[in-house]
Design a protein around this ligand. Sequence first.
Ligand code: HEC
Ligand code: HEC
Ligand code: HEC
Ligand code: HEC
Ligand code: HEC
Length: 196
Amino acid sequence: MAQIFSRSADRRLRILAGPIILCAIAGIVGLKWYVKNQEEKIGLVVAQPIEFSHRQHIENTELICADCHRGAHDGPQALLPGKSICLECHDDLFRGTPKLQPLHEAKAKGLAINWKPVSKLPEFVHFHHGVHFEANVECSNCHGDVSKMESVSRAKPLTMDFCIDCHRESQSGENFSTKQAVSWQRDLTDCSVCHY
Ligand code: HEC
Ligand code: HEC
Ligand code: HEC
Ligand code: HEC
Ligand code: HEC
């Protein structure tokens, strides 16, 4: 059979074939790992400085989400609560319980409680809680039913597809209203909505 490549080029190709195939395999494995990693984050529970139960507080107090998460209804970010909110009740209530010792220690030392986030987007993605609240998107659409959780765990993947799927449905009027988007004549699937 006629040789297509010169002898030396042929040898170089053979030498390169191994690494190229290895790279391709590594790429596929990497991609699978990434997708799996995103899925695995579902159910992810993060250890917190105080064992805090949402279920207990939603069932037994009058508190609404935004009492502890300022900004959730009107700001870009939903903040995690400072110790003063907890102390409004727990300065007295259950004062002796070991579970609340980190709270009383933080108060005595003037330190903050370092709650750890469960949901986190990369820096290059823009998100705004208030806009979603105005459009009647429920917390549970993105966080699951936190009011029933003993410990908060990741309920949704928070991937780009997850965001865009709902934006597409919202535009076609299937689930949510898009007041601002309509008045600004904005396509909610446009890259610049979340990346700018
Ligand atoms: C008494 C205060 C309090 C109330 C009320 C409260 N939370 Fe929280 N929330 C916390 C604290 C403290 C944390 C951080 C520790 C933890 O994750 O359990 C937290 C964490 C969260 C997180 C995890 C944040 C992340 O990074 O993903 C979500 C989501 C959340 N809350 C949603 C809600 C929703 C929805 C409601 C209303 C149904 C609500 N919370 C009511 C105190 C509160
Ligand atoms: C409006 C009052 C109120 C506020 C504010 C409040 N709690 Fe509570 N907390 C309660 C009540 C009521 C219970 C008991 C619920 C029950 O009976 O199961 C409780 C129970 C607890 C317990 C369990 C105590 C035990 O030994 O079982 C912990 C821990 C706790 N709260 C932490 C917090 C933290 C942390 C914050 C601030 C982010 C906070 N609470 C804010 C009212 C409050
Ligand atoms: C459309 C989806 C969506 C809805 C609806 C939504 N959130 Fe979030 N939430 C997110 C995303 C995404 C993040 C992570 C933001 C980031 O990393 O910039 C987040 C973060 C949070 C955090 C963690 C903040 C921190 O500092 O770590 C809390 C608390 C929270 N949300 C509470 C709420 C509450 C309460 C509601 C309902 C009033 C709500 N969220 C509605 C998507 C949503
Ligand atoms: C369950 C539905 C739903 C999900 C999930 C969702 N969104 Fe939205 N989002 C909306 C709706 C509806 C609007 C339009 C509000 C309006 O225009 O009135 C919106 C608007 C926005 C806007 C403001 C657009 C503008 O210019 O006014 C940003 C930014 C945004 N979403 C980012 C995200 C990101 C990032 C995620 C994923 C982490 C996400 N959204 C997930 C329903 C959703
Ligand atoms: C509704 C919000 C939204 C829109 C619209 C959107 N993205 Fe994203 N994008 C995200 C989120 C959220 C992530 C982070 C996903 C993650 O961490 O898994 C992301 C991640 C990315 C990444 C990083 C790749 C990666 O896998 O981490 C690139 C590149 C990107 N987007 C490009 C685009 C382009 C191009 C468009 C327009 C065709 C677009 N995005 C539209 C929300 C959005």
